[in-house]
Ligand binder design. Structure first.
Ligand code: IMP
Length: 433
């Protein structure tokens, strides 16, 4: 604090939502800086489960300003549904602010995402089919429709006409999919636009002013480092930049404004979608972890692939994000194992070993994990109220990661509920060290 970035240090789904939720209690502003409804945060509050896709998890604290920043892509239908659901459950959305520069995910983006995955067949990326890639592609091609376009119904309609003149040809001729009707789309969008207009704001200015006033701002990344378009396991990545540096561009503040970067990593690793995964477990162990950790995607319900903690990939995440401290989540899931392998190096095709993440895709594809096997603790962590109270083997597990990465683990997750996070320094809402 005051400006802290929270970034996923693996392939997404590290449990960032819960950590953001915890820190949001001490924040005045929480901003999502990239991604869209491909992300999903599950928060359990007083036994109630909230699944958020667009709106930052700070929404559950009255008065916390929740920003969907310029670097995001927004599906207006899904956002309206999310806002309505929150309101129906008594959660006010008055403090939500939507950047006019964020791009809109349109029905053709969703249609093209699905059709393009079908066309790729066995080479498919395994996207969430939410239209993310096509929306960011149009943004880069300067063909996108932005949130600010909903402010004027006439402009919006013109943009639909221009876009559909091209997109319908692509849908019909390339993907053999149904074309979209301008009239129908314009009508549906107008009611969504009317609902969203009050939330549109100059969010760059809002965040800059908050920082100048000494307010605490959380900048929340979606997905994770290894899904980053530039630094992740391309092409099996998302179409935006989850890395911490992108928080500045995504929000519209200078990099000098950022004070700290909290990386969130699971005590093991999961991945949804296709792509290389060196520490992926054999199927039976994966099933066990999937069951214990409820490893199913929040957005698509897909089974997550599970693997052992990969310190090579995590060291890379520390580097590319400039991580200043780590949160290690779901440590309790490992309580069932007698021995826990941790990947400390990769063996490359030429037989050499490296502790650094390979710079080239084919080296990563062929990398074999070199494990050090640590003893398990075989005790539930339910009753543990402080980091010092963890079983000795669990403390050793955490310390092993800290030494290998040269970064302090300041938060440890021991269960799904909001309060099951142990903190190294006092933090209201979390158990103390
Ligand atoms: P897209 O972001 O829907 O284009 O999907 C690209 C890749 O990123 C796929 O492997 C997805 O499974 C993965 N992905 C996207 N969002 C998330 C997320 O929030 N958590 C985990 N994986 C994600």
């Amino acid at each position: 604090m005051p400006a802290t970035v929270i970034v996923g240090a693996q392939w997404g789904d590290e449990g960032k939502g819960k950590i953001v939720d915890l820190l949001a209690r001490h924040s005045d502003v929480v901003c999502r800086y990239q991604g869209g409804p491909n992300a999903g945060h599950t928060i359990v509050l007083d036994g109630d489960v909230y699944k958020l896709h667009h709106v930052p998890s700070g929404i559950l604290y009255p008065g916390t300003v929740c920003v969907v920043a310029a670097g995001c892509v927004v599906d207006p239908g899904l956002l309206v549904r999310e806002l309505d659901e929150l309101e129906e459950r008594g959660v006010s959305t008055d403090a939500v602010r939507l950047s006019g520069n964020a791009h809109l995910i349109m029905p053709w983006h969703v249609a093209i995402d699905s059709a393009s995955e079908r066309r790729l067949g066995t080479l498919q990326i395994g996207t969430t089919k939410r239209g993310i890639g096509p929306a960011y592609a149009d943004k880069a091609a300067r063909l996108g429709i932005r949130v600010q376009d909903i402010l004027d119904a006439k402009i919006l309609r013109q943009k639909f006409e221009t876009a559909l003149a091209e997109k319908n040809v692509v849908l019909e001729r390339v993907y053999r999919a149904e074309p979209l009707a301008v009239e129908e789309l314009a009508e549906r969008m107008e009611s969504l636009a009317a609902r969203l207009r009050p939330y549109v704001a100059d969010t760059s200015l809002l965040v800059e002013r908050a920082l100048k006033d000494g307010r605490r701002v959380l900048l929340e990344g979606a997905q994770g480092t290894l899904l980053d378009l530039d630094h992740g396991t391309y092409p099996f990545v998302t179409s935006s930049n989850p890395v911490a540096g992108a928080a500045a561009t995504g929000v519209g503040i200078g990099p000098t404004r950022i004070d700290a970067v909290l990386g969130v990593a699971k005590a093991y690793v999961t991945r949804v979608g296709a792509g290389p995964f060196p520490t992926e477990m054999p199927p039976r162990e994966q099933e066990r972890v999937r069951e214990l950790g409820a490893e199913f995607g929040t957005t698509t319900g897909r089974e997550r692939r599970c693997g052992w903690l990969d310190l090579v990939a995590l060291r890379f995440a520390v580097r590319v994000n400039g991580i200043t401290s780590l949160a290690l989540t779901k440590l309790d899931v490992l309580s069932q194992f007698d021995e826990i392998p941790v990947c400390v190096a990769y063996r490359l095709r030429d037989g050499t070993e490296t502790a650094e993440f390979p710079a080239h895709q084919s080296d990563f594809h062929h990398a074999e994990p070199v494990y050090e096997v640590l003893p398990g603790w075989r005790e539930p962590l339910d009753g543990v109220a402080a980091l010092d109270g963890l079983p000795a083997a669990a403390r050793r597990y955490v310390a092993f990661a800290e030494e290998a990465l040269d970064v302090e683990v300041t938060l440890v997750g021991t269960g799904a509920e909001r309060e099951r996070v142990l903190a190294r320094t006092p933090l209201a809402g979390a158990a103390r060290a």
